[in-house]
Ligand binder design. Structure first.
Ligand code: AHG
Ligand code: MN
Ligand code: MN
Length: 336
């Protein structure tokens, strides 16, 4: 290997970032390293997903006689276990659990975390990219055991957020308010190495991402906007492309790198769309804004939405600044 090649592990990167904040006591750094560790464990299990049926004896249990868990339960258990033992949290909430999990340790931590252990799980069986999403907030009542309300904070209060994408490679992308940085797992050494420093989303992109099968049920503004993308762009004459994976993490990872817009609009039967505020929309909005993009619910920034319940859904429009502005002008013109 050439001596001038920089190998920056995620641990080193987190520690270097911490040095910029002399008052920091390293708790957030440790928490992010725990996330990186959990990501490696989940990645190992995801990489074996297609073998579960092969390795299992009956389909019910695996070679060791253990129950073969669904991958989203497994990812959930890994994260709950790692966070529970970290001593850094007061509570956590997961898409997979109805209520928040209070951390019952002698020392209660100063942070709380919301997470989606496995996003895009309907794609697992087809070997399509899936992900994990996390959102870190300060515990509002440090020293106490965390409750649901402690996790229900507006997104602008996040101190860190990120996602892991299990794609053709495994990547961890995070921000602690100092830009967005991407790390690729080197499976040979088992380390996340800095591969995408300071990700910036282009100001305008030409890919839109939405489940267009619901077109009929959208508002007039959203329909008119999507229809407008089927003609060359009025300013540049460029044509748009449609890409929809159906794993928000994967669709958003592409949107962050190439630009464009990802939409999960409300429709006639789902007035708040499908995606959940606290562990899907809010952390993605934090990352996208950190990268220079925008995220709205059709009226205001996602980061300013006041949560009213742990699993609430929110209309979600996110991506390059100009694309989101154009979409908003259609919503303002046609909706109400
Ligand atoms: P999850 O697997 O965590 O339940 O989330 C799935 C979400 C998201 O990843 C994706 O964008 C969306 O569901 C796809 O929904 P549609 O099938 O309605 O397009
Ligand atoms: Mn999800
Ligand atoms: Mn999920």
């Amino acid at each position: 290997m050439r001596a001038d090649v920089q190998l920056t592990t995620i641990e080193r990167h987190i520690m270097e970032t911490q040095k910029k904040y002399p008052e920091a006591r390293g708790h957030l750094s440790k928490l992010l390293m725990d996330v990186a560790f959990a990501a490696k464990v989940i990645s190992r299990d995801v990489r074996k997903a297609g073998l579960v049926g092969v390795l299992g004896l009956t389909g019910e249990s695996n070679v060791q006689g253990e129950q073969v868990q669904k991958l989203d339960e497994l990812a959930n258990d890994v994260l709950v276990n790692v966070f529970n033992n970290s001593g850094l949290l007061a509570a956590m909430a997961s898409e997979e659990l109805a209520a928040s999990v209070p951390v019952t340790k002698l020392t209660l931590g100063e942070y709380v975390v919301n997470f989606d252990p496995l996003d895009g799980s309907s794609n697992i069986d087809a070997n399509i990219s899936i992900g994990t999403i996390f959102s870190v907030l300060r515990m509002p009542r440090p020293g106490d055991q965390g409750k649901d309300e402690d996790l229900m904070q507006p997104g602008y209060r996040q101190v860190a957020a990120g996602y892991v994408i299990h794609g053709s490679s495994t990547m961890l992308v995070y921000s602690s308010g100092d830009g967005v940085h991407g790390f690729t797992l080197d499976p040979g050494v088992g380390e996340f190495l800095l591969s995408h420093p300071d990700i910036r989303i282009p100001d305008k992109g030409y890919i839109y991402s939405v489940n267009e099968a619901y077109y009929d049920a959208w508002s007039e503004g959203v329909r008119q906007y999507i229809s407008s993308l089927k003609k060359p762009d009025a300013q540049t004459g460029k044509r748009y492309s449609l890409r929809y994976i159906g794993s928000m993490v994967a669709d958003m990872h592409r949107t962050m790198l190439y630009g464009g817009a990802f939409l999960y609009p409300p429709d006639k039967t789902n007035p708040n769309g499908k995606l959940r505020l606290l562990y899907e929309a809010s952390p993605m909005a934090f990352l996208c804004e950190q990268a220079g993009g925008a995220a709205v619910d059709g009226r205001r920034r996602i980061l300013e939405v006041e949560p009213t319940s742990l699993h609430q859904r929110v209309p979600f429009f996110i991506g390059s600044k100009q694309n989101i502005e154009e979409l908003m002008s259609f919503i303002r013109k046609y909706d109400k």
